[in-house]
Design a protein around this ligand. Structure first.
Ligand SMILES: [Zn+2]
Ligand SMILES: [Zn+2]
Length: 358
């Protein structure tokens, strides 16, 4: 089958023929219908993370079960969304209501399959979903209703779960609270949508690119603000001089975390959703940390339980109370995925989604 493979750090991803093993006990083969290209896929290539290569990219996808290994429950043909952090349900974190921190997911992944020349092949976050097919443990597949638009359903597995969960689960935004979201990729736009659904106001969307304005307003923002030196003033002008109750940092850089900190009110909360680098240090003064009384915390996978929340979001998508069309900048075929990857790297659009023929 064909997959988007990267051969090493800073190498250009390319479509290659690869071989996957047949599903073993407890595993499924899933035929992919649509897979989003996420910033974490860029992190696999640009040195932010150090994965093993060659690597199949992709971890945000929907598809249908094509083959069920021994001892599985799901039927062939079942529509699913893939979960890149399937919880073991038995480690300390799982037993204490934090399945998103499951320690079973921290083990380095073994290769799965091989390239055409017989080199062992690695798959992103146990999935490798920018491919015609994946072979995954059954608990990495969450069933969803049939008939959802695949290019929107795919986003439930990463951007939407992450952005929604940050607002709902991590920060617990309440109606009437003010929100700023910095960084308007797929996750940031999903956070805007969730803030709107939570009844937050105002909802201030912030990005360096003026071209994100229309996207932000369509996703649920009440205002769009450019990230420039006037930002703090503009935010205070819209929050009676205090700053926002909640800021969401969806970039993953110390500089934007610091910006989020400064535009949050005393006693407010900063939620870091973006994944940054190990050498990018955040500096805050001890006096500032004490005096501002702000909370700084991170949101890993939206502090969510995908087994419960993906079906909820899928149901909302089905009954049209959730509209993810603003998040999808366009759909492309697998052969155009390398180009779409470049567009994401340049910050163009929201989510580019690779779709596969039915
Ligand atoms: Zn992702
Ligand atoms: Zn666990």
């Amino acid at each position: 089958m064909r997959a988007l493979v990267v051969r090493g750090r800073d190498a250009a991803p390319a479509v290659e023929e690869v071989r996957l093993p047949a599903p073993g006990p407890g595993e499924l083969r899933v035929r992919i219908r649509a897979a989003g290209i996420c910033h974490s896929d860029l992190a696999m290539v640009n040195g932010t993370l150090a994965p093993a290569y060659p690597l199949v990219l992709g971890h945000e996808a929907t598809g249908v079960v094509a083959e069920a290994g021994p001892g599985t429950r799901l039927a062939v043909g079942a529509p699913v969304v893939l979960n890149w952090a399937p919880a073991c349900r038995s480690c300390w974190h799982c037993r204490h209501g934090e399945p998103w921190l499951c320690t079973a997911n921290t083990a380095p992944a073994a290769p799965r399959g091989e390239t055409a020349d017989g080199t062992p092949l690695h798959v992103t976050l146990g999935l490798g979903a920018l491919a015609e097919e994946v072979v995954v443990p059954e608990h990495a597949a969450v069933t969803i209703p049939a008939g959802l638009p695949p290019e929107q359903a795919a986003l439930l597995g990463c951007a939407v779960l992450t952005g929604t969960g940050a607002v709902r689960n991590t920060a617990r935004v309440a109606a009437g609270e003010s929100v700023a979201v910095i960084g308007l990729g797929g996750v940031g736009l999903a956070a805007l949508t969730a803030a709107r659904r939570a009844g937050a106001a105002p909802i201030l969307a912030v990005d360096v690119a003026a071209a994100k304005r229309d996207l932000a307003l369509a996703a649920g923002a009440t205002d769009f603000l450019l990230a420039d030196d006037r930002l703090s003033k503009e935010i205070r002008a819209r929050t009676e001089g205090r700053g926002v109750d909640h800021a969401f940092e969806c970039v993953g850089r110390a500089a934007t975390i610091r910006a989020a900190w400064r535009l949050t009110r005393r006693g407010g909360a900063v939620t870091v959703v973006g994944m940054g680098g190990n050498d990018d240090l955040l500096t805050l003064s001890a006096l500032d940390v004490f005096h501002s009384a702000r909370t700084l915390r991170s949101s890993v996978y939206g502090s969510s339980d995908p087994d419960r929340e993906v079906p909820e979001l899928a149901t909302a998508l089905a009954d049209r109370t959730l509209d993810l069309r603003p998040l999808v900048s366009g759909t492309v075929g697998l052969d155009e995925a390398p180009d779409a990857f470049g567009r994401l790297a340049r910050g163009e659009g929201a989510r580019w989604v690779v779709t596969f023929p039915d």
